[in-house]
Design a protein around this ligand. Structure first.
Ligand code: IPM
Ligand code: MN
Length: 335
């Protein structure tokens, strides 16, 4: 039924089950997409974790991919497969929105945050050395180039999504050079966006405010270096009920991969207990990215309506009793 083809990386553990749920719901909603499933099991080439060429080619050809959780292959020398994908494809901005799900109670209400994480460098550069036994060095690499493109992305996102402020989160009181460069770059980029307010906040203070009153983050977009974004996005996710509800998009110049941030949950894999919500909501971000907004809106509201309807329609991670298949059918009936 496809006008569009999208690469599908089903993933490990619960990945195939939650991907199947997405496929069933997309069929029922008549989304004009054909899936192109690919295998990303990497090989070690010259000590570097390498993704099979057919998978990379498929993503470049289709320009969008949906990805379930990936476990890093055991065996020595492998780098994280998730990071390898981001690096191989130049996915420089990781967009992580967290919105309260109505009907699913948490200690926080009406959370609506957007965090954009630099996705290619910082502490994730993988440059580490033993200097002498007992003394190691891990390098946090910050470049003006990567900082500029992610900060620009944050301003564009703010403008396109009616969030009139960009908040740059940093620790330049301590990381004077690296975070200093990130902050300085933000001031420069901001000159091109006079319609968007620019703010700065020290990392630990942002964490404190997110946990004490997330309502302050409603009309802004946070942007920050890689590791800070990793940590604060999990904190934000915790405000709405966890990673099972949190979508994300890894955006590059030419391609984008939308992924569930949660792990592959091998303990419950194959048992029909997994919650496909994070992958479904990520796929709705994907549909909007592709300009298929009506489908994205329709599926997202069916998912949210299902979660709100009753514990009988929620999976166990959301204190419900539904199996993956029951949840999937309930979403389909709410389309
Ligand atoms: C995430 C994950 C990854 C990260 C892991 C799986 C490498 O925690 O997407 O946030 O640290 O970026
Ligand atoms: Mn993380």
């Amino acid at each position: 039924n496809g006008k569009y083809t999208v690469t599908l990386i089903p993933g490990d553990g619960i990945g195939p089950e939650i991907s199947k749920a997405v496929e069933e719901i997309y069929d029922a909603a008549k989304v004009p997409i054909d899936w192109e499933p690919v295998d990303v099991t990497p090989s070690l080439i010259n000590g570097i974790t390498t993704i099979p060429k057919p998978a990379v080619d498929s993503i470049y050809k289709n320009t969008v991919a949906l990805k379930g959780p990936l476990a890093t292959p055991v065996g020595k020398g492998h780098q994280s497969l998730n990071l390898t994908l981001r690096r191989t494809l130049g996915l420089f901005a990781n967009v992580r929105p967290c919105k309260s799900v109505e009907g699913y109670e948490t200690p926080y209400q009406n959370v609506d945050t957007v965090l954009i994480r630099e996705n290619t460098e910082g502490e994730y550069s993988g440059i580490e050395h033993v200097i002498v036994p007992g003394v190691v060095q891990s390098i946090k690499l910050i470049t003006k180039k990567a900082s500029t493109r992610v900060i620009k992305y944050a301003f564009e996102y703010a403008r396109a999504n009616n969030r009139p402020k960009v908040l740059v989160v940093h620790k330049c009181s301590i990381m004077k050079m690296s975070d200093g460069l990130f902050v300085k770059t933000a001031r420069e980029v901001a000159k091109e966006y006079p319609d968007i307010e620019l703010g700065f906040e020290i990392l630990d203070n942002t964490a404190l405010r997110l946990a004490s009153d997330p309502s302050h983050f409603k009309s802004l977009v946070m942007v920050m270096p890689n590791l800070y974004g990793d940590i604060l996005s999990d904190l934000s996710s915790g405000l709405i009920g966890g990673l099972g509800l949190t979508p994300s998009g890894n955006m590059g110049e030419k391609v984008a991969i939308f992924e569930a941030v949660h792990g592959s949950a091998p303990d419950i894999a194959g048992k029909g207990l997994a919650n496909p919500t994070a992958l479904l909501l990520s796929s709705c971000m994907m549909l909007r990215h592709m300009g298929l907004n009506p489908y994205g809106d329709k599926i997202e509201s069916a998912v949210l309506k299902t979660i709100a309807s009753s514990p009988a329609n929620r999976t166990r991670d959301l204190k419900g009793t539904a199996s993956t298949e029951h949840f999937t059918q309930a979403v389909i009936s709410n389309l």
